[in-house]
Design a protein around this ligand. Structure first.
Ligand code: NAD
Length: 484
């Protein structure tokens, strides 16, 4: 069995045999590899190594544009290995190969974007008085910890690591226990390129290793991407040490479709927003809010498209792959059973057995309707290909429905009437709003993050560079001629 080592202080490190965790292919149920479940000593070693590396003259002397160049080289390396890495991501997460390929390209784009930004992170000067030069400089924060979820491993690793290295920090990544493979691939590249301790990869169970990392007093920033409940635990741990956090949490995002929407685009947008990565996407369009007068026609067409979707192993590159693991499968199956018991299933609702892949975790893409906005299936992030439908008659009802959950990550608005679309965009509580599209092709450059319980802070775009810098004001008095 292949054992994937951690990368700590420039060394490849394995835990002992008792501390190994299986990594499973969701499409087949087969074990792909094993990772180490790190212990406290590993975590302490990594944090010590990061501190030494961050404060070393060697790292300080690397110029901003050289850090940038390094990241741009990594982007090129990723593109050169796109076939191999797409397959790795597809096997690890179970997502269709073409979606894995898109993730690999996004990862390359993050390294490229932040590589280009590295020597453009500029401070400021502030006028005080003659004889004082007041400079505001942006310095790296120090040791940044990156806790990554399992659904988009390479993309989410890349988006914060690229910004943190670009600004000169020492990073420690904890990949999700289910999907460590592409982060390991990135570690292999960094191994030869940066001083020991600048990039490290730790693996293991979140409630142990993740919590050891996030509660450590010598770290300087945490970027956590995951569920609201874990996000709260991370924030509490960080509060003990007064460490800043960026939290990228869950969602229950609405697609709001008005009767005058460009219907073909809306149908395709609503469909793709919920089946991408089998609905295991923080920004999944999990709720359809449809104007009453358009409901019958729109739903009839959407049902046909749902029924035509093909589900199968990631490598077959069909419309939808499996769920991640048995835990997700059992959780979502029980929600589907509840929906069937309540008679609210419009399409789907069943688990699926694929010939030759009987141990994979497949379910049908599902539409539910006939519940109000307070129902648990209207409120909870199901994190599967399950779309819940609601209707509205007025714009104000649409806005109230859109805002009726604890989440506020993204929202889609579909209407040809730009007055209505802009008005709704201004009232929807969400960090990103899409009008007549959903996702804007990934948007590496666009700030991304949540309102309400969907998170704190923003990733992506230039704004995320601020997460990894701290501000220092330096006031310099200089002597003026002929003055005392
Ligand atoms: P999770 O919260 O269970 O785990 C996320 C990560 O945290 C994993 O690496 C896990 O090992 C680690 N972890 C678990 N307990 C921890 C603890 N006590 N301290 C520190 N780390 C700990 O989430 P998940 O199931 O891996 O991912 C799904 C969730 O992530 C969904 O809610 C989804 O919406 C969210 N998500 C958000 C974004 C975003 O950008 N907003 C992106 C992807 C996923």
């Amino acid at each position: 069995m292949k054992k994937i080592p951690m990368f700590i202080n420039g060394e490849w490190v394995h835990a002992d045999e008792e501390r190994l965790i299986d990594v499973t292919n969701p499409s087949t149920g087969e074990v792909l590899a094993q990772i180490s479940n790190a212990n406290e000593t590993h975590v302490n070693e990594a944090i010590h190594a990061a501190r030494v590396a961050f404060e070393s003259e060697e790292w300080r002397r690397v110029k901003a544009h050289e850090r940038g160049q390094l990241l741009i080289e990594l982007a090129q390396y990723i593109r050169n290995h796109a076939d191999e890495w797409s397959l790795l991501e597809c096997l690890d997460v179970g997502k269709p190969l073409s979606q894995a390929r898109a993730d690999i390209e996004s990862a390359a784009r993050y390294f490229e974007f932040y590589g280009g930004a590295a020597d453009k992170v500029m401070g400021d000067t502030i006028p005080i008085e003659d004889g004082i030069l007041n400079a505001v400089v942006l310095e790296p924060v120090g040791i940044t910890v990156h806790i990554v979820p399992w659904n988009y491993p390479i993309q989410i690793t890349a988006r914060s690591v690229a910004a943190a290295i670009a600004t000169g920090n020492a990073v420690i990544v904890k990949s999700a226990e289910d999907t460590p493979l592409t982060t390991h691939a990135i570690s292999k590249w960094f191994a030869d390129k940066v001083p020991a301790g600048i990039f490290q990869h730790i693996t293991g169970l979140g409630n142990k290793v993740g919590s050891l990392l996030t509660s450590h007093p010598d770290i300087n920033h945490i970027t956590f991407t995951g569920s609201v409940s874990t996000g709260k635990a991370v924030m509490k741990a960080a509060a003990e040490n007064v460490v800043p956090v960026t939290l990228e949490l869950g969602g229950k995002s609405p697609n709001i479709v008005f009767a005058d929407a460009p219907m073909e685009q809306a149908l395709e947008g609503v469909l793709r927003a919920i089946i991408q990565n089998a609905g295991q996407t923080c920004s999944a369009g999990a709720r359809l809010l449809i104007e009453e007068s358009a409901k019958e026609t729109f739903l009839a067409q959407l049902e046909e498209r749902f029924k035509a979707l093909k589900v199968g192993p990631g490598e077959a590159d069909l419309d939808m792959g499996p769920l991640l693991n048995e835990r997700q499968f059992l959780k979502i199956s029980s929600r589907l059973q509840q929906a069937k018991d309540e008679g609210i299933v419009v399409v789907g609702g069943e688990t699926v057995i694929i010939e030759g892949y009987e141990n994979g975790y497949y379910i049908q893409p599902t539409i539910l309707a006939g519940i109000d906005e307070h129902h648990v299936l209207a409120q909870e992030e199901i994190f599967g290909p399950v779309l819940t439908v609601f209707t509205f008659e007025t714009v104000e009802q649409a806005i109230a429905l859109a805002n009726s959950t604890q989440y506020g990550l993204v929202a889609g608005i579909w209407s040809k009437d730009l007055d209505t679309a802009h008005y709704v965009a201004s009232r929807v509580q969400a960090g990103q709003v899409f009008i007549n599209n959903y996702g804007a092709a990934g948007g590496i450059q666009m700030p991304f993050g949540g309102y309400k319980k969907s998170g704190i802070g923003r990733e992506k775009g230039f704004v995320a560079l601020r997460n990894y810098t701290q501000m220092k004001n330096i006031a310099i008095r200089y002597a003026l001629p002929n003055r005392t």
